[in-house]
Design a protein around this ligand. Sequence first.
Ligand code: F0G
Length: 454
Amino acid sequence: ENIPLELHKVRIVQKLHLVPIERRLEALYEGGFNTFQLNTTDVFLDMLTDSGTNAMSDKQLSAMMIADDAYAGSQSFIRLQKAVDDVLGKKYLLPVHQGRAAEHILGVAYVKKGSMVPMNYHFTTALAHITECGGQISELLYPEAYKIDSDHPFKGNMNIEALEECIQKHGKDNIPYIRMEASTNLIGGQPFSVQNMRDVRAIADKYGIRLVLDASLLGENAYLVKQREAEFQDKSMAEILLTFTGMADIIYFSARKLSSSRGGGICTNDIKVYKELEALVPLFEGFLTYGGISIREVEAMAVGLYETLDETMISQSPSFIKYLVEEAKKLGIPMITPPGVLGAHVDAMSFCSHIPQTQYPAGALAAAFFLISGVRGMERGSVSNQRDENGNETYADMELLRLAVPRRVFTLSQVKYVIDRLKWLYDNREMIGGLKFYYEPSVLRFFMGKLEPT
Ligand code: F0G
């Protein structure tokens, strides 16, 4: 057995509960078969997300005690600025309360009616903010990215020919920026290569278009580059990260992922960009030296950014995910391969091949898996999609149940429990039924929506 080993020890723990299945069934009805609507008192293993749920280090917690609480001019912010410069290589930092706030500000500043934003793939909140500002997106992955079972090391790569075609079709003046998302979340946490970003950079230069990097999952993307891209196998995490960030004009991130804290940021070396965005931070977020984040979290964010450089830390979640995916595959369970980051992704389209996409197979699988295991995953399929401008349903390219593996939170025996329960459900998969909405909000419906069995 290829057992992943942790280079940390657990010193603070939180008690978990495994409530009876009858209670879990009640909880599903109360929450509209939507795992976002469950209470943690009903959840055994919370694999909803890694966002804000990664374990923090002793150094992060101790840094929080020396926070310099000031409305303006806080020294905590100066320390964060230095961390961003050291780790991401960008001098100018605009703090925001979380990743989507950065997407909001970039949208307000750069996206207008008729804008087209080419990207490797959308993330829910990134898409919502662009469409909210009147823009549209083009998703430009290679066909390999949509294959469930693959050994392609970089399914998150941007299709370079398609990018150039997209620019020629829409005109460079209608393209405010090109967006690259590290460890492409919604196709199973799949990375792109340094070489691919070099190719994207060359196109951006050719047409004079800015390149924006969503760095929320950049640490893991860089770790997988070290594992999978020959040129970088002997490079340090620091070198790989700076190679990536050096190619971006603007970087934004959710610190809830990138540095295991709260908050987020937009950073750049371009003073013009900084000036274009500066006024929006006090307007929407908070003053420029806290951006709506508590100062304690600003300290934790700075320490967390440096910890991203530690391979023994950043490898923990991907190595547990690899174990989970490979063991589940051995049992015949359809999983996204190669194993990516953030979580293990179960292919609900195949797992629940008897449920049509109109009845949300991934949502149905998420609910059923919670019922039989107490494990809370997240639907990443058509429920997470948004309707088109005419109000028609748009079906997702992939119907996934995401089982997030936040960093340094779960033990291997808990992961083995997940595999065991997945196997049981797979053997009894005909018992899973489809779902339909009875309450469907118009924006980001997957958060608050409520469904019931068809
Ligand atoms: N970009 C990516 C790639 C993300 O994964 C997320 C959040 C965001 C932006 C938005 O950041 O949540 O701080 O506002 N992903 C979380 C998830 C919510 O569960 O995958 P945020």
